[in-house]
Ligand binder design. Structure first.
Ligand SMILES: NC(=O)c1ccc[n+]([C@@H]2O[C@H](COP(=O)([O-])OP(=O)(O)OC[C@H]3O[C@@H](n4cnc5c(N)ncnc54)[C@H](O)[C@@H]3O)[C@@H](O)[C@H]2O)c1
Length: 394
């Protein structure tokens, strides 16, 4: 019987950026936690990071000194995978390598009890491939947290091809009980967020490449007119252009090179020049203290055209996710608002603007460029034909 109580022992493999945060989150929710990393250095770093994060909460008056102390005491550090024997759920957050993850999952199966659930926090690998070397793939699933795990409200729950319902329900119930918003995603490249968000970057870069506007103006358009918290170029610099290119390439490859997901030469060159963004002091922008940020043109008409083009492409992806049953309408909108802070759910936005307006913007782009990248999703065509909306009370 696969259940996860509030006292369940939670295991976390990998104490990097994600694993350390997941361990802190589980301990904060009252679970005894076992954390293991193959590098002692990473364990020390995770201890320091968790200590700092909790101290900040104490300073802000969100936690008492005693509570912070007892949270830290709940996390024990394993010497090897054997430490996971008492766990009811083990969440793996090691390097993004199918081989390494498969090895860990196969070993874990020989250590944990038959009821223990095994989850991967992978961003880009398939749960099917990670579970493929397990004797009991029915207890394996994806639990995809966003960075930083203790803070970001969204968690994508991804059943593998062979996961059973008990595994999925128990895991989702537990993560919900931790105060997170969970959405259910099919085991497909990029799951919900990393799939649908691609055009935010790619269509912005494309417009920059065409000379429609400079980066400052495109960022301004998406923020001031679109209401996004950060512009695409600022955001890519923040995430790291190297990381962002990797995700783009991985999604493109996993979709068998569908032109909708094609990375751009601009992105590749900026990475080749090692202009990774904030972390290296320069990306699309310069971050030296004396560097003056470039001024946007603030031309409202131009800004609206830039924003409309990016939004139409984002809505096309969101519609595709619903069309191919990757997620429900509600989960798609929740994922983008809670996972990447979009100002509005994309499908709610589509209803407000009008499906036929979005469709005609996409058709105009496809007509102009003749590229498959702009092909409108069949769902939008059908909905426009039948005068339907995504939500009943649009
Ligand atoms: N960083 C993000 O923004 C983010 C967001 C969501 C999901 N993810 C996913 O989470 C996972 C971890 O990402 P991260 O950013 O924390 O990486 P990271 O590089 O910060 O940490 C990975 C850790 O795994 C450890 N490790 C490597 N091989 C190991 C092994 N065999 N046994 C035990 N530990 C091992 C490393 O020592 C390192 O501490 C990846 O699958 C990634 O795709 C990352």
């Amino acid at each position: 019987m696969r259940t996860l109580s509030e006292k369940a022992v939670i295991g976390v493999v990998g104490a990097g950026a994600m694993g350390g945060g997941i361990a802190q989150l589980a301990a904060t929710r009252g679970h005894p936690v076992v954390l293991f990393d193959s590098s002692d250095d990473q364990i020390s770093k995770a201890q320091i990071a968790n200590d700092k994060a909790l101290r900040r909460q104490v300073d802000k008056g969100q936690l008492s000194e005693t509570e912070a102390h007892s949270i830290l005491k709940k996390i024990s550090f394993g010497e090897d995978l054997g430490a996971f024997a008492p766990c009811s759920l083990v969440i793996e957050a090691v390097v993004e390598s199918a081989k390494v993850k498969q090895e860990i999952f196969s070993k874990l199966e020989t250590i944990v009890s038959a009821d223990c659930i095994l989850a991967s926090n992978t961003s880009s690998l398939s749960i099917a491939s990670i579970a493929s070397t397990c004797k009991h793939p029915e207890r394996v699933l994806g639990i995809h947290f966003f960075n930083p795990a203790p803070v970001m409200p969204l968690v994508e729950i991804i059943p593998g091809l062979l996961s059973d319902e008990l595994t999925v329900d128990a895991s989702r119930g537990l993560i919900d009980s931790w105060g997170k918003t969970t959405v259910l995603a099919k085991d497909t490249p990029g799951f919900i967020v990393n799939r649908i968000a691609r055009p935010f970057y790619s269509e912005s870069i494309r417009q920059y490449e065409e000379g429609i506007a400079d980066i400052a103006t495109i960022d301004w358009a998406l923020k001031e007119i679109g209401g996004f918290r950060m512009g695409p170029f600022e955001l890519m610099d923040f995430i790291g252009n190297d990381v962002n290119l990797k995700v783009t390439e991985s999604v493109f490859e996993s979709f068998f090179y569908d032109p909708r997901f094609k990375p751009s030469i601009t992105q590749k060159r900026i990475v080749e020049a090692r202009l990774f963004g904030r972390k290296t002091g320069r990306g699309y922008y310069e971050y030296a203290p004396e560097a003056a940020p470039p001024a946007p043109s603030k031309d409202k008409k131009l800004g609206t055209e830039i924003f409309n083009r990016v939004l139409a492409m984002l809505i096309n992806e969101a519609a595709d996710a619903v069309f191919l049953k990757i997620a429900t309408v509600e989960d798609v909108d929740l994922a983008m608002t809670k996972g990447v802070n979009y100002p509005k759910g994309l499908l709610r936005w589509a209803d407000e603007i009008g499906i036929s307006t979005i469709l005609s913007r996409l058709e105009a782009l496809q007509e102009e460029y003749g590229e498959d990248r702009y092909r409108p999703n069949p769902l939008l065509k059908r909905m426009a034909r039948n005068k339907e909306t995504f939500y009943s009370a649009a």
